[in-house]
Write a protein that binds this ligand. Structure first.
Ligand SMILES: C[S@@+](CC[C@H](N)C(=O)[O-])C[C@H]1O[C@@H](n2cnc3c(N)ncnc32)[C@H](O)[C@@H]1O
Length: 491
């Protein structure tokens, strides 16, 4: 969401414009070098920080040793989401001589204890690089089984912070399990098993899917995040103006915004901070997720509420913008739920919807075949780690590129969801038509795919041609592997 808002918000200096051009042309190392230069020239400029962080976050393997001071600084910068920085930071440390892979775990543990950057990386965000996770899992095992952990308290505390971010996702072998049983509540045990969230009361609903989905997210709130990237304040009118090529439709200067199914509140936090003149209501059916959201997001213009989107009419309000990401495909009748939201959308108001693509989820379906014997079993942390182990052992590259693979809440959401009803482009077009919505723009996430679309469809600069996205997806089946992501407005 952070990046997607930026995609439609204004770019800043000439250098940053050049960064965008280079990125769209697929010249990613040059784009990163240019973003780095912009940041060196204007180290406190929010746009320069966000641009560098976004690029290095999407392309962590392009980071170079010279970027390290910037990475160290941005990792703890209150305006930057540390997840974007962390993966590049880990890859740099991992690649630096002497190589970690061949190093004996005890020696590496000693090095990490005195490496402020590594400790900060563990503390700030979850790690999403499999080869690094495997090295650090061996280090943690050594700490536990050697009994040397009390000598390395900074590392143990940082590993405990990491376990809180990833919900205890790193694999644990039987010998470690036995030792952990003997450890009780010690500091090293906290590096394995973070304190569990105390789930709030279950939501009351007549709908079995809603109850099951609420149960899932009460136990494993999603997604895990620690900070958002803050961009200079903008307005919904400015964003809509870009999407429409100038028309503001009927968006007022101080819009009412609904975030439907806000989860742990990351998108809601981005929206509230990007549009300070808006009033944001964020609803969800997981009280645990809402508690996480309220703790992380302190914007004065946001209110979190426990509410089923089917009952949104009960609030007696209507909205100028509804944001609904990754939610409708998890309800029993997505189009019916979508209609409930459209009922509270003012005429001319806008909506941003993100939905699973059936084609984009093919890798997930392949992974599900590998874990077929786990599907349908009662879910707990051990089962989620067992799923991770199976995939790491048998198909490490299948989902290893997905951030969701690296937290237990993410694994549950990605692979074992209680209910999932995917879309394709014709189904979206039919739904828009029936709901009285007109398409404003499709968000094409990858810069190279965006550039290819522009080349192939110069007649559609605003990305509105549904048939063209369908053919884009045919040529590039994983272009919407994240989700379909589009803006529409009520006639
Ligand atoms: C995959 S998460 C997405 C969270 C958030 N929108 C994001 O993209 O980060 C789906 C969220 O939808 C919520 N949800 C599912 N069914 C819902 C319903 N009927 N009403 C409100 N929220 C719902 C879940 O509790 C969960 O937090």
């Amino acid at each position: 969401m952070t990046e997607a808002v930026g995609q439609v918000a204004a770019g800043a200096t000439g250098r940053l414009v050049r960064v965008s051009e280079l990125e769209e042309a697929g010249r990613l190392p040059e784009a990163l070098a240019e973003a780095w230069r912009a940041l060196e020239e204007a180290p406190d400029d929010s746009s320069a920080k966000a641009r560098f962080a976004g690029l290095v976050g999407r392309n962590p393997r392009l980071a170079e040793a010279a970027h390290r001071p910037c990475l160290e600084r941005l990792l703890v910068d209150a305006e930057i989401d540390p997840f974007f920085i962390a993966q590049a930071g880990w890859l740099l440390l991992h690649a630096a001589a002497p190589s970690w892979s061949g190093m004996e775990p005890g020696r590496l543990a000693e090095r990490l204890e005195s490496c402020d950057f590594a400790l900060s990386l563990l503390e700030q965000s979850y790690l999403a690089v499999l080869e690094v996770e495997q090295v650090l899992t061996r280090v943690r095992r050594w700490l536990l089984l050697s009994g040397e952990w009390p000598r390395l308290p900074r590392l143990v505390a940082a590993l405990a912070a990491q376990a809180r971010h990833n919900n205890g996702a790193w694999l644990i072998d039987p010998e470690e399990e036995r030792q952990l049983d003997a450890e009780g509540e010690s500091a090293i045990a906290g590096a394995y098993r973070p304190p569990r969230h105390i789930p709030g009361p279950p939501i009351k609903s007549d709908d079995a899917v809603t109850r099951r989905v609420s149960e899932q997210y009460r136990g494993w709130p999603y997604p895990s995040w620690s900070r958002i990237t803050r961009r200079p304040a903008s307005s919904l009118r400015e964003v809509v103006g870009r999407l429409t090529g100038g028309s503001l439709l009927s968006v007022p200067p101080s819009p009412e915004i609904l975030v439907a199914g806000c989860g742990t509140g990351r998108d809601a936090a981005v929206i509230a901070s990007s549009f300070p003149d808006a009033r944001v209501t964020a609803i969800d059916i997981s009280e645990t997720s809402l508690a996480f959201a309220a703790q992380r997001c302190r914007s004065p213009n946001i209110e979190f509420r426990l509410l089923d989107l089917h009952a949104i009419g009960e609030l007696g309000r209507s909205y100028d913008f509804i944001h609904c990401s990754g939610v409708l495909h998890h309800i029993s009748d997505p189009e019916a739920g979508w209609a409930k939201l459209v009922d509270v959308l003012r005429p001319g108001a806008v909506m941003r919807v993100m939905l699973y693509s059936r084609v984009g989820r093919l890798k997930v379906q392949a992974a599900r075949k590998l874990i077929a014997d786990y599907l349908g079993r009662p879910v707990d942390d051990d089962l989620l780690r067992a799923v991770r182990r199976r995939l790491i052992d048998h198909a490490p590259t299948l989902l290893g590129g997905s951030p969701d693979f690296y937290t237990l809440g993410g694994i549950y959401d990605l692979l074992l969801h209680q209910h999932e009803d995917c879309f394709d482009v014709p189904r979206i077009v039919r739904a828009l038509d029936r709901l009285g919505l007109d398409l404003l723009a499709f968000v094409i996430p990858a810069s190279a795919a965006r550039a290819a679309y522009r080349r192939d469809h110069p007649e559609d600069p605003l990305f509105r041609d549904a048939e063209a996205w369908a053919s884009l997806e045919k040529k590039n089946p994983f272009v919407f592997a994240g989700m379909y992501d589009f803006w529409c407005h009520k006639r």
